[in-house]
Design a protein around this ligand. Structure first.
Ligand SMILES: NC(=O)c1ccc[n+]([C@@H]2O[C@H](COP(=O)([O-])OP(=O)(O)OC[C@H]3O[C@@H](n4cnc5c(N)ncnc54)[C@H](O)[C@@H]3O)[C@@H](O)[C@H]2O)c1
Length: 455
């Protein structure tokens, strides 16, 4: 089939690469000139396992092209929209990229086409868009919602092995056309109305975020009662009704989806007169987890001014170079505010982090350079490189108190303690001077950092 994909980001480029690999004739339209130059040379502007090979293969077979102009979608039966839908500061979703693209599609349409919304848009958007845009098109256009569930870090695999394909719409012919596009993928296709399909995406992300904040709450409670979150979450997750995914306690969720989608759903709820209190708590707990890391550093080290902290991990999760809403970036900003010296390292995300962080951070060329001269280390991303690090070589280059804050519970706690580190995980026993509970949260209160900082 002849397809246009608009937006060569994490979703659009994966869709374009995979569809061309499945034999479809795909043009991927991207407005960013820097990205376009890289793509035309067969290079992917971000890291995603297996994607560059797909792109090169598509270019070589002539089934994948890149174009900077919207004219390129004029002769395509299916137009997939995969542009960004970032959050505004008030939680509302910024739909300006979508509006701009819809305007162009409608303006240029010369024959019946199917518009497929891959971007995550608030429930109700599609119904509104059909009235607002499609009714002024010169030719009949169909609109389908087709939310994307792939995960960065395993996006190509997720594209070919989704749990389900959700299609929202009322045009049977367009739905069959889109189903044919996915013919090679072995997954159930679930059809529904447009608003319900939009809701599936938000509900799924809100539920996964809820699991993360829930286990972080249990982790805090574990510290209070002297329990250990690792066996707790493992055994809870073995219950098939619950499942073991998204049950890892840590610094909380980040990335381009969960933070904006939870806030976006909360905003939609408020606008519709519904107080989604559960979701509000999920968002609040997630904010607290990041502050908790800084409070703990301050608790052990005292004033952070003049202290050197190594932050290991800048990407919001392993397997990607994406730093959008990464907890470590916010933590680094807070540490800088308190006058700490920050040495940062990530195996993949250094360039993106450099662009996102203010001056004053030392970006170490390797993990050993990052840990050198540090009073404390914060592991913020569970890269395997950190769990397999030669920790015996790390201690001699650090300063007392040799604190290792394991923000992802990915290190061997006992081994580190035996090697002379002061290890502190999330929701794990904290054995200092016979104390096995977390002295920070005995009162059950976590104060916002700025209130607690002395002038
Ligand atoms: N990243 C994920 O893991 C993921 C997963 C599922 C769903 N989503 C959703 O998919 C959508 C896209 O996410 P993303 O992470 O791929 O975003 P992204 O920011 O990585 O990519 C969006 C791309 O669209 C381009 N673009 C914007 N306006 C354009 C226009 N008028 N013409 C051509 N190109 C244009 C941008 O330059 C950018 O390269 C969002 O709504 C997101 O919520 C993302």
């Amino acid at each position: 089939m002849r397809v246009a994909v608009i937006g060569a980001g994490y979703v659009g480029l994966v869709a374009a690469g995979c569809l061309s690999h499945s034999g479809h004739d795909v043009v991927c339209i991207e407005k960013d000139a820097r990205k376009m130059a890289l793509l035309k040379a067969g290079r992917v502007p971000f890291f995603e396992e297996g994607l560059e090979e797909l792109v090169l293969f598509g270019l070589k077979r002539g089934l994948l092209q890149f174009d900077g102009q919207m004219e390129a979608c004029q002769d395509r039966e299916i137009i997939m929209i995969a542009v960004g839908t970032p959050a505004r500061p008030d939680g509302r979703i910024d739909l300006s990229q979508i509006y701009a693209v819809m305007d162009e599609i409608v303006f240029r349409a010369r024959f019946p086409q199917t518009i497929v919304m891959k971007s995550t848009v608030p429930p109700g958007f599609g119904v509104n868009a059909k009235e607002r845009y499609l009714e002024r098109a010169r030719v009949p256009l169909s609109y389908l919602s087709n939310p994307e569930f792939l995960r960065e870090g395993s996006a190509v695999r997720d594209w070919y092995h989704p749990d389900r394909i959700v299609i929202g719409g009322d045009d049977e012919t367009a739905i069959s056309r889109l189903a044919r596009l996915y013919a090679g993928i072995d997954a159930p296709i679930v059809t529904m109305d447009v608003s319900s399909a939009e809701m599936v995406k938000y509900a799924a992300n809100a539920f996964l975020a809820t699991k993360i904040s829930f286990i972080n709450e249990i982790a805090s409670l574990c510290e209070l009662v002297g329990a250990d979150i690792l066996p707790v979450s493992r055994a809870v997750g073995m219950d098939r009704r619950i499942g073991d995914q998204f049950l890892q306690a840590g610094l909380g969720y980040g990335g381009s989806c969960f933070p904006k989608d939870t806030c976006g759903l909360d905003f939609v709820s408020t606008c519709n007169g519904h107080a989604f209190n559960l979701l509000k708590a999920v968002i609040e707990v997630n904010k607290r987890q990041r502050l908790l890391a800084v409070r703990r550093l301050r608790h052990v080290l005292g004033r952070l001014h003049g202290k050197t902290i190594g932050v290991l991990g800048l990407a919001f999760k392993p397997g990607t170079d994406d730093v959008r809403e990464s907890p470590s970036l916010e933590i680094i900003n807070l540490l800088l505010d308190e006058g700490a010296d920050v040495r940062a390292y990530d195996p993949l995300a250094m360039e993106n982090a450099r662009r996102a962080l203010p001056d004053g951070v030392f970006f170490a060329p390797g993990v050993m350079e990052a840990v050198t001269d540090c009073h404390a280390l914060l592991v913020a991303t569970a890269w395997p490189e950190f769990s397999t690090l030669d920790w015996a070589a790390v201690r001699p280059v650090m300063h007392p108190p040799y604190l290792v804050m394991d923000g992802r519970n990915c290190l061997a706690a006992e081994e580190l303690r035996q090697k002379g580190f002061l290890y502190w995980g999330i929701g794990r026993p904290y054995p200092v001077q016979g104390e096995t509970r977390n002295p920070l949260i005995k009162t059950g209160q976590i104060f916002p950092l700025r209130q607690a900082v002395s002038p």
